[in-house]
Design a protein around this ligand. Structure first.
Ligand code: GLU
Length: 443
């Protein structure tokens, strides 16, 4: 089995593209197949080196590894050969209409209530007429001659699909400047590079009808196809409006973790629950096209943020050690275990470093209560029993209980109204700081 992800380097990759890449990746890895990264850079005007590098950087960062990479810009000889073969078979024919003439034809058909399908007038041209057109400076574009039959395939996601090629215009494969449009290079590559499964968004379903005919004309066979519903935004709108903020590059720069993105994209629009998964390989076993629904999948950056927090809470000390030390917040594994459930982003650990090691502004709601609490502080160094011993004494002395007992102590000792388990934090803060904080001193 071989699949391919075939982005055009004419923009930055966004979550919609990555969903396509991920579906291909998971499907092929579940079947011990190969993943081909095909850079569709036949559009010389819009393709850039920068976008192409961006694609590789994004995929590497996400952990979507390719087994093979090909650039369409380096393969034009192969497309030329396929072009010549199709012309020789009478399946690719030159046309000379310009955009304006085609537009008039379409308008006439539409006004007669007919579908605006190309009338194949160019097929009826004699050699002399063609020569005369070329002598007058016209350059041909080339169309593929569809069979006019129904093309049927069993889609991996959508089940049996039928496209009636008699309802379509013969597709233009080569522009009048000689440039190949997407279709021919794509099919030629899928054949030449032995792609067995074409998995992509359902915006390509109609193309598939024509492409299957081209596959069969070129190779006598066709790959399997799977088309899944597209991603839409929270309100059902297409993603294209907010592509900037949904680019993988911007999410990377914002500190989003790759697995938050992949955990969501793997499950969005499927019958499985969305949950944080630590490794891309752990998504492979659960992947199945039968789980993908037919409705568009709704993407929300809030879901990525939620998964990001879940992943942080799942991270072991060893997994975050490096990041903590960059932040000057590595106080060992106990400290990480204590603060882990209470932070939303790794940077929040700095707040707790200050609580334990640095100086904070205590919040004193009731100075008298805090004064009394000071008298209940143990004399010896603090251990894991100390907090309950201390709070029991404060309770006896002041009569406060529940929230009235714990909240003022927490606010005085940490400067926060919520946070980690005080039983574990208290010994880390220590007696000296506890005392001066209860006195209202910054310490
Ligand atoms: N370069 C094409 C695109 O980005 C590839 C489509 C396909 O998967 O065949 O739309």
């Amino acid at each position: 089995m071989k699949v391919r992800f075939a982005p055009s380097p004419t923009g930055k990759l966004h979550v919609g593209n990555i969903r396509v890449a991920l579906m291909n990746y998971l499907y092929c890895k579940a079947n011990e197949g190969k993943f081909l990264l095909r850079i569709d850079d036949t559009d010389f005007v819009r393709s850039t080196k920068e976008f192409e590098e961006g694609i590789r950087t994004d995929l590497n960062w996400l952990g979507i590894k390719w087994d093979e990479i090909e650039y369409q810009s380096k393969r034009s000889d192969i497309y030329d050969k396929a072009r010549d073969d199709l012309i020789a078979k009478g399946l690719l024919y030159p046309c000379y209409e310009d955009a304006e003439e085609l537009d008039v034809k379409r308008k006439i058909l539409t006004s007669m209530g007919k579908p605006p399908i190309y009338d194949r007038a160019a097929l009826k041209l004699s050699d002399e007429e063609r020569k005369a057109l070329e002598a007058s400076g016209r350059k041909p574009h080339y169309r593929f001659k569809l069979s006019g039959k129904r093309v049927v395939w069993n889609d991996l996601v959508r089940g049996q699909q039928t496209v009636d090629t008699s309802s379509m215009s013969d597709p233009v494969l080569i522009r009048e400047d000689g440039a190949y449009l997407y279709t021919l290079p794509s099919v030629v590559d899928d054949v030449d590079l032995a792609v067995t499964h074409v998995i992509r968004g359902e915006d390509h379903v109609t193309n598939t009808g024509a492409q299957i005919e081209i596959f069969e004309a070129i190779s006598g066979t066709r790959p399997e196809f799977g088309h899944f519903p597209l991603l839409v935004g929270k309100d059902g709108e297409g993603l294209s409006k907010r592509l900037g903020s949904l680019s993988i590059e911007s999410m990377r720069h914002d500190g989003t973790s790759p697995m938050a993105i992949l955990s969501l994209l793997a499950k969005l629009g499927t019958s499985d629950p969305v949950e944080a998964v630590k490794k891309i390989d752990d998504l492979i076993a659960g992947f199945s096209f039968t789980k993908i629904g037919r409705a568009p999948a709704r993407f929300s950056p809030d879901d990525v943020a939620r998964l990001d927090i879940q992943l942080l809470h799942m991270s072991s000390y060893n997994e975050v050690k490096e990041k903590l030390s960059v932040l000057n917040a590595d106080l060992g594994s106990d400290f990480w275990e204590i603060i882990r459930p209470n932070i939303h982003k790794i940077e929040d650990s700095k707040i707790w470093v200050d609580v334990v090691n640095g100086a904070i502004d205590p919040i004193i709601d009731d100075a008298q209560f805090c004064e009394k609490a000071i008298t209940c502080l143990p004399n010896d160094s603090l251990n894991l029993e100390s907090w309950s011993q201390f709070t029991n004494k404060v309770k006896e002395l002041t009569g406060a209980k529940g929230k009235d007992l714990f909240m003022p102590l927490r606010k005085a000792l940490t400067g926060q109204s919520h946070g980690p388990d005080m039983g574990r934090l208290f010994p880390m803060i220590g007696l000296e700081k506890s005392k001066s904080r209860l006195q209202g001193q910054k310490s």
